[in-house]
Ligand binder design. Structure first.
Ligand SMILES: NC(=O)c1ccc[n+]([C@@H]2O[C@H](COP(=O)([O-])OP(=O)(O)OC[C@H]3O[C@@H](n4cnc5c(N)ncnc54)[C@H](O)[C@@H]3O)[C@@H](O)[C@H]2O)c1
Length: 398
């Protein structure tokens, strides 16, 4: 039976899910599903994504809803792909999970750790599937790097350095992704360290193992964000209430240490280093490159990680990672979720992982505010939540 999917939140990322995710899965026959509904509080956006889905997938136009509660009650979906702005993740997910509907939710997992915990608890109570839509987790560089480590080709991770302090797309002061809500604390939770960091903390936890301690400095460099018209004239202004740069030190349970920097504002040019990730291990190193990853050993040997994987990895594993050669993260994350819904099994990147990725971001923010290192456990169990408390209070979570 085809899984009946409803997309909730029909903004920018929902289009990528349709065009780069569902369309590819349909073309390759990699999942049995039907996009049967779309929902957005803005009816025009929902109508536009209904049209897009019908044309991209060549199937009946999905039913259009403007209230997620109506969609949940309609009995038209088995699974919800939550692509709303961050503040709406937990109400949408909790209501759907309580009704036994599987949910995958875009990163960052939730607006606060308490909101995320409500989602994980709702999934546990109902037994419905809860996943994090984390495209980077399924993309070749990360997949192959984790395989290299599992195979003990370069030993165990000792030091991981990742990131940069600027993102060209939003530099120096653009309204990020044309979405002013990303700069509002009650709607987004936090800024770059949560939005961009969620991707990177998935990478860091996948490669380095569990994070146990975080020390960080977060700052806001650009207090006002702008959208400019074609002639450079300012057409929209948004006051920023959140961080736009973060420097984070991490301790992993293994004893490995990490350093991560991120940001989306500043002056001059964004700064980063080649490839964006370097891993020093007990018997060699790995550095991300355009071609994937460069492995190096003490005797001077080097090897392209991707070439090594395609030459030596078990063919069944290669097919599991990249079925029919598909390497598109949006398609692979959605396939993993849909398979879990069909099999009533845990997705590879389940809600608990989404919560933990997000908790590292909040550990960074709380650490900066308190001026001390914090443990991930203090963040996960809510003992440290000074920054998040007003957000939780606003959403009735405290
Ligand atoms: N994986 C990635 O690389 C990636 C890239 C961009 C965005 N995202 C994530 O996707 C999510 C959405 O981001 P976006 O850029 O598409 O934002 P967006 O503002 O373009 O779209 C969000 C949509 O949610 C709708 N919405 C808000 N509250 C709602 C509710 N209660 N019910 C139904 N609809 C509601 C809004 O009307 C809007 O159309 C965020 O979590 C963001 O971090 C992920």
């Amino acid at each position: 039976m085809a899984v009946r999917v409803g997309i909730v939140g029909c903004g920018g990322i929902s289009r990528a899910h349709v065009q780069r995710g569902y369309r590819l899965l349909r073309e390759k026959g990699l999942a049995d599903f039907r996009l049967s509904a779309v929902c957005d509080v803005d009816g025009r956006r929902a109508e536009a994504v209904a049209d897009l889905a019908a044309s991209a997938l060549g199937e009946d136009r999905p039913r259009v809803f403007t209230d997620p509660a109506d969609l949940v009650a309609s009995g038209t979906v088995d699974a919800i792909d939550c692509c709303t702005a961050v503040f709406a993740h937990h109400p949408v997910a909790v209501a759907a999970l309580a009704a036994g509907i599987g949910v995958t939710v875009e990163k960052p997992f939730a607006v606060t750790v308490r909101a995320g915990r409500r989602m994980v608890d709702a999934a546990r109570r109902s037994g419905a599937v809860l996943a994090i839509s984390e495209n980077v987790h399924f993309e070749p560089r990360q997949r192959i790097a984790s395989w290299v480590l599992e195979q003990e080709r370069i030993g165990a991770p000792q030091v991981i350095v990742m990131g940069g302090t600027g993102t060209a797309a939003w530099f120096p002061d653009k309204i990020v992704a044309n979405t002013p809500w990303r700069h509002q604390r009650l709607l987004a939770g936090a800024g770059a360290v949560l939005d961009l960091g969620s991707h990177s903390f998935d990478t860091l936890r996948t490669l380095g193992g569990e994070v146990v301690q975080v020390s960080a400095l977060t700052r806001q460099l650009v207090p006002e964000r702008l959208r400019r018209g074609p002639g450079g004239e300012v057409v929209e202004r948004a006051v920023s209430e959140v961080d736009d740069v973060a420097l984070v030190l991490l301790t992993f349970a293994s004893g490995a240490i990490g350093m991560f920097g991120t940001g989306w504002g500043g002056h001059g040019r964004p700064t980063s280093f080649a490839g964006g990730l370097a891993l020093q291990c007990s018997a060699g190193s790995l550095q991300y490159t355009e071609e994937g990853g460069l492995l190096a050993w003490d005797d001077g040997r080097t090897e392209n990680a991707s070439a090594l994987f395609h030459r030596e990895a078990d063919p069944a594993l290669r097919e599991r990672f990249f079925p029919q050669g598909v390497t598109e993260g949006f398609a692979l994350e959605l396939r993993d979720f849909l398979e879990a819904v069909v099999r009533h099994s845990l997705p590879e990147n389940d809600g608990e992982q989404g919560l933990r990725n997000m908790a590292v971001a909040y550990a960074a923010i709380e650490s900066s505010l308190l001026g001390r290192g914090v443990t991930l456990q203090e963040i996960l169990d809510g003992r440290v939540s000074t920054y998040q408390d007003p957000i939780d209070r606003h959403w009735g979570l405290l």
